[in-house]
Design a protein around this ligand. Structure first.
Ligand code: KQY
Length: 361
């Protein structure tokens, strides 16, 4: 099996020019309350915001095709595809660019964030096929990875460095017996990176076992934005300090020390009784009880061409978060979209989007 590295492919950073963005329409009522109607409105708002800056493709089941078409702006392309849920970051391919500017993609084996040991649902077979189908539609070269992983578990700087949380990347529920060296070798071969910067834990309560995309991201090479908490009573207080110590003590693939920018965390939020009561009970592994803390973070945003599409929660921290993004990305328009309904499903705007890089071939 030829790996992307052997074939000369690398994953571009999210800030490189995009051909467009891929999303998946929410539908399953055991994750999205009230038959997914409020989530569908939120996903439509995200798609409309991104579509101002780059083409958007929405993947949707046959059952929901007419409804999605009616709810989405005309400029959003709606394409039928079977899935188990709606997390394009994780079940979609991580796109690569190869020699002469050709498109490729990593097809990560997917097990619903932990398989039968703590995974969120069964079956996940349709989700596991999404990356291959995206690469069929785009005629990109497909590289099936040898280890289970998700796109939300990585952030690359485009200059040879990737960020990952140990809690996720070394979790036995993805790859039994996996070692740090195994994962580093795999990331090197499939993303074209030379350096993995490990952070120990992700945002407390994140049901992905610590996806980096909810905790931290590269803003540009050498600069990492970190979700930060100043309340010693909050479990994220320790997590954010430990992450900052790791990041500040690391050097990237080019030998640079990282600058860490703190992004304030939103005030604690939890499922209301009404929200939890709107979710269909099933035997899935998704825990959705009233009062349960939501893993909210402002770092879970999408970089579109010329814009940052960022979550807002209707709380007092929305404005400071917007200010941080505006300062960090002076050449991009910051567009905040109300994202609580996405958060109720366990993720946020970065988790429901997947960029396809612009290619020259
Ligand atoms: O963090 C992400 N990339 C995805 C979150 C998935 C949550 C599933 N309920």
């Amino acid at each position: 099996m030829t790996t992307p590295r052997e074939a000369g492919f690398v994953m571009p950073p999210e800030w490189a020019a995009h051909e467009g963005c891929w999303m998946i329409w929410p539908e399953r009522p055991d994750n999205w309350r009230l038959g997914a109607k409020p989530a569908q409105r939120a996903f439509a708002a995200v798609a409309a915001a991104i579509a101002r800056f780059e083409p958007v493709t929405m993947l949707v089941s046959a059952r929901q095709f007419e409804n999605a078409r009616a709810m989405l702006p005309a400029g959003v392309r709606v394409v039928e595809m079977s899935t188990n849920d709606s997390w394009a970051r994780d079940v979609g391919c991580s796109f690569l660019v190869g020699p002469g500017g050709v498109l490729g993609g990593v097809d990560w084996p997917f097990n619903a964030w932990g398989g039968l040991e703590g995974g969120l649902y069964f079956p996940w077979d349709l989700d596991d096929q999404v990356a291959a189908k995206m690469l069929e539609l785009t005629r990109g070269r497909r590289f099936r990875a040898p280890l289970v992983m998700e796109g939300g578990a990585i952030h690359v700087d485009g200059e040879g460095t990737v960020l990952m949380c140990e809690e996720c990347g070394l979790n036995e529920n993805r790859n039994r017996g996996v070692t740090r060296a195994d994962m580093e070798r795999m990331l090197g071969e499939y993303l074209g990176v030379n350096k993995v910067i490990w952070v120990e834990r992700g945002v407390p309560g994140d049901e992905t076992n610590g996806h980096i995309d909810n905790l931290a991201c590269f803003a540009r090479p050498g600069v990492v934005l970190l979700s930060w908490c100043d309340d010693p009573a909050d479990p994220h207080y320790e997590v954010s300090r430990a992450a900052e110590a790791r990041l500040a003590g690391a050097v990237d693939a080019r030998g640079r020390a990282l600058e860490v920018v703190r992004m304030p965390m939103p005030a604690p939020m939890a499922y209301s009784a009404e929200e939890a009561g709107g979710i269909d009970a099933t035997a899935s592994g998704m825990s959705r009880a009233a009062g349960e803390r939501l893993a909210a973070s402002y770092v879970n945003f999408y970089m579109a061409n010329g814009a940052i599409i960022a979550p807002a929660f209707g709380t007092e921290t929305d404005a400071p978060a917007r200010d941080v993004l505006a300062r960090l990305f002076p050449d991009r328009e910051v567009v905040q979209v109300m994202a609580r309904e996405i958060l109720l499903g366990g993720g946020n705007i970065h988790c429901i989007t997947q960029q396809q890089p612009a290619t020259t071939a």
